[in-house]
Design a protein around this ligand. Structure first.
Ligand SMILES: [Zn+2]
Length: 353
């Protein structure tokens, strides 16, 4: 509890008993307390640096300091650029390396205001306030601080993000937390290099780019191969077409076929100068797709690709539709696609006059 710079500590008795007037020894975890102090003084230096880099409109909108990190929320609408983040880090680290003493002083509130001490917006203060000064950073604050900025060791921003409209958040680490962060990055880089079978870490960016480009190239080759296989199948599919009321009806399911290939296959039939209705069903990854086309002659005889594909896909629990000459639908259950393909000629029959 904060009251003019004094702290009230609450303790529970786990063993024995206490009576009024007993002397007790209150101990703190020094390492933890020092880490909290480092992060709290850093929050002050950070606010000052942000005002230098982003402007005087920057005010603290929230703060959470503990032994792990320094979280600082401030009012601002724009995300910080990489340059601004680097500048803020540089300013704070210079304040640390210049080893400024951190002083805490209680004074009348009017005097503190004359010093230009930063107060929290909307916070009620008493007649006497505590002012914490570290070089040019002067703040109203009742918190715990290091006695010299050099005790912070080092400062590094981990992230800068949005938490609410007009409020940005900086998460940062100090002291040994920076070393921990470095080791974490080092380990991620080493694991990535190992996965790519690289001995030299500096080759990592180039290797990542080349592996990615290679994989994209292989995708293209694979698609082209699948297209060739599909084209070869197309010839035999057409030979075995069923004839319903003067309309050729074909339905075929192809594995490892993207919707793009289905479209190309269908479109190669769509403009044929005879009455034909075709369905191409394909499975690519976890996704099943139906593509139905009707030639102009077939449309004249009552065929409608949009309606036909809708009925076909419905047999798998899927949905879709489109124009009378071409339409696409997604399959629901891939396992039911064969059943839908088998039912296709029956569905078409219902449309041909
Ligand atoms: Zn403070």
């Amino acid at each position: 509890m904060k009251s003019e710079g004094h702290f009230l500590h609450i303790a529970s008795v786990e063993q024995g008993s206490l009576s009024k007037g007993d002397k007790v020894l209150a101990q703190i975890d020094k390492a933890r307390r020092l880490a909290v102090m480092r992060n709290h003084t850093t929050a002050h230096l950070l606010q000052h640096a942000l005002r230098q880099v982003l402007g005087d409109h920057v005010h603290q909108a929230g703060q959470l300091v503990n032994e792990k990190n320094c979280r600082f929320d401030f009012n601002s609408f724009a995300a910080m650029t990489d340059e601004e983040i680097a500048k803020v880090e540089e300013i704070v680290n210079n304040e640390i390396m210049n080893a400024f003493p951190v002083t805490m002083e209680e004074m009348p509130i009017e005097e503190a205001r004359k010093l230009g001490a930063m107060a929290l917006f909307g916070e009620k203060y008493g007649d006497t306030v505590r002012v914490v000064t570290a070089n040019e950073s002067i703040e109203f604050c009742g918190g715990t601080h290091v006695s010299n900025t050099s005790q912070i060791g080092l400062f590094k921003i981990v992230s800068e993000s949005s938490v609410a409209a007009g409020v940005r958040r900086i998460e940062a680490v100090t002291g040994l937390g920076v070393i921990e962060l470095l080791n974490e990055f080092k380990s991620v880089i080493a694991q990535s290099a190992k996965a790519l079978k690289l001995a030299n870490l500096t080759e990592l960016p180039e290797k990542c780019a080349s592996v990615f480009a290679e994989s994209k190239e292989k995708d293209k080759q694979l698609e082209s191969l699948n297209q060739q296989i599909a084209n070869a199948k197309l010839a035999s599919i057409l030979e075995n077409a069923e004839e319903i009321g003067g309309v050729k009806v074909v339905a075929s399911k192809l594995e490892n076929t993207t919707p793009d290939i289905l479209r190309k296959l269908g479109d190669s039939i769509k403009d044929k100068n005879e009455a034909a209705v075709a369905l191409f069903a394909g499975v690519s990854g976890e996704k099943g797709t139906f593509y139905c086309v009707c030639t102009p002659e077939a449309v004249k005889k009552g065929a409608n690709a949009g309606k036909i594909v809708k009925e076909t896909a419905a047999l798998t629990g899927g949905k879709g539709g489109g124009k009378p000459d071409s339409a696409m639908a997604g399959a629901g259950n891939i396992a039911d696609m064969d059943k839908a393909v088998a039912a296709f000629s029956g569905i078409v029959k219902g449309f041909i006059a």
